[in-house]
Design a protein around this ligand. Structure first.
Ligand code: CTP
Length: 400
């Protein structure tokens, strides 16, 4: 089989040096990469580096090898164009269809999926001009990865950092895997809850569960790769923020409810992958609970937590919203799942079997996706990412 053909566009920002790592990752994993740096990018990283890492000359000029019509050929032949870093100027040119150099020409001739990984100062990213350009590009189906938060050039920190090359690579890999199916969630906002809530007893103890958050994070990464704007409400996870995703961190079920409802107000889909505690201690001891010599411990009284999934399903924060739940069952998995789907009132319920050694914390999952219209889709044992993509395959056609 032919190697997938990737065009790596590099625009002129200091993060260009990180694109070298992305290039290496792409070539090492069997992609044929044509680097197209802009003239400004070449101030940061020279042509020799791009040529050595890609195994072919970098294409820099519309006026070179004109007989070969490079400004059309490169874009037409690509399976994927990824621009990393994409400067504010590059996003503006792409949004407005300007074509004053080889890379912008390539963007106009490409018929394949396009991924932009922006990098710039926070002020430039937040400027309404840039935000409108990003919205335009997303509306047209391009995947614009949300920049990371962290150290910027000079002494600044904030949003605008180029996402980790490995994260950009993962987005590219998933976009390529979808082929012509393309970014079917572009222009959509999805909210995903992940992890497990902790219900405090006192300042040092809590009631919790064994959820790692990996399935919810896989849903977030795959949705971003399919073009969605993603809000991830993460309860007590130890996982790195996925590129291109807005992460809201919470602790308890009550906090999770508040964050999910807030984000859900304009969401097209809500996926409740978090393991939410059904009960919380009735009282919170402000000081550490001490054992008393010769006395039995006092029983812990519990009260019910709100059922967020049932609440959102019954009273959708936005009409036409698709609501997805997860059910972790230890016995009678399918029968319990079907009953839970009816009880909760959601559109889809992903049912999986859990146990001390099953699913929690692992990289893989096996499930059945139950739909309220009676559809049942078994998902064979495989990576959590594969299950996540199948969930989005079910969500996408149900979106209003
Ligand atoms: N969920 C929720 N709020 C809760 C409890 C659960 O939104 N207070 C959501 C979870 O995020 C998940 C789904 O409901 O999407 C199923 O949770 P689960 O705990 O398996 O179901 P329960 O309703 O608790 O049913 P049971 O106790 O019978 O297992």
């Amino acid at each position: 089989m032919d190697k997938p053909k990737v065009v790596l566009g590099v625009s002129g920002g200091i993060a260009a040096y990180k694109a070298c790592e992305l290039l290496r990752r792409l070539t090492e994993s069997g992609h044929e990469v044509q680097v197209v740096p802009t003239a400004s990018a070449l101030h940061f990283v020279g042509e020799a580096t791009w040529a050595a890492l890609s195994g072919r000359s970098a294409a820099t000029e519309v006026w070179e090898s004109v007989h070969d019509v490079p400004h059309v050929r490169i874009g037409q032949g690509a399976d994927l164009v990824v621009v990393a870093p994409a400067t504010a100027d590059m996003l503006a040119k792409a949004a407005h269809g300007l074509a004053d150099d080889l890379l912008t020409n390539t963007l106009l001739t490409a018929r394949c999926p396009v991924v932009f990984a922006p990098a710039m100062h926070t002020e430039m990213w937040e400027h309404p001009a840039t935000q409108e350009n990003v919205a335009t590009l997303r509306r047209r189906g391009a995947v614009v990865i949300e920049p990371a938060v962290g150290r910027l050039t000079g002494k600044d920190t904030g949003k605008g950092r180029l996402p980790d090359p490995e994260e950009i690579y993962e987005v590219c890999r998933r976009v390529l895997a979808r082929g012509t199916a393309g970014p079917d969630l572009s222009g959509r906002h999805v909210v995903i809850s992940a992890g497990g809530t902790r219900e405090p007893l006192d300042p040092v103890r809590f009631l919790g569960n064994r959820s790692s958050g990996k399935q919810g994070y896989a849903l977030a990464r795959t949705a971003a790769a399919r073009g969605a704007r993603v809000t991830l409400v993460a309860a007590n996870t130890a996982l790195p923020d996925p590129a291109g995703v807005d992460v809201v961190r919470v602790g308890t079920a009550v906090q999770l409810r508040k964050a999910v409802l807030k984000a859900a107000a304009d969401a097209d889909a809500v996926v409740m992958a978090a393991a939410v505690a059904d009960f919380r201690p009735a009282a919170y001891a402000t000081g550490k609970i001490k054992k008393q010599d010769g006395q039995e411990p006092a029983p812990v009284a519990l009260v019910r937590n709100p059922d967020i999934l049932a609440e959102i399903s019954a009273d959708r924060p936005r009409s036409g919203q698709v609501v997805v739940g997860f059910a972790a069952e230890t016995d009678d998995v399918l029968a319990n799942g079907r009953a839970k789907l009816r009880r909760k009132g959601c559109d889809l319920l992903v049912v999986n079997e859990v146990g001390e050694t099953k699913t929690f914390g692992s990289e893989e999952n096996e499930a059945v996706i139950l739909a309220s219209d009676g559809d049942e889709t078994p998902v064979p044992h495989g990576p959590k990412e594969a299950l996540a993509d199948l969930v989005w395959d079910q969500v996408a056609p149900r979106l209003a």
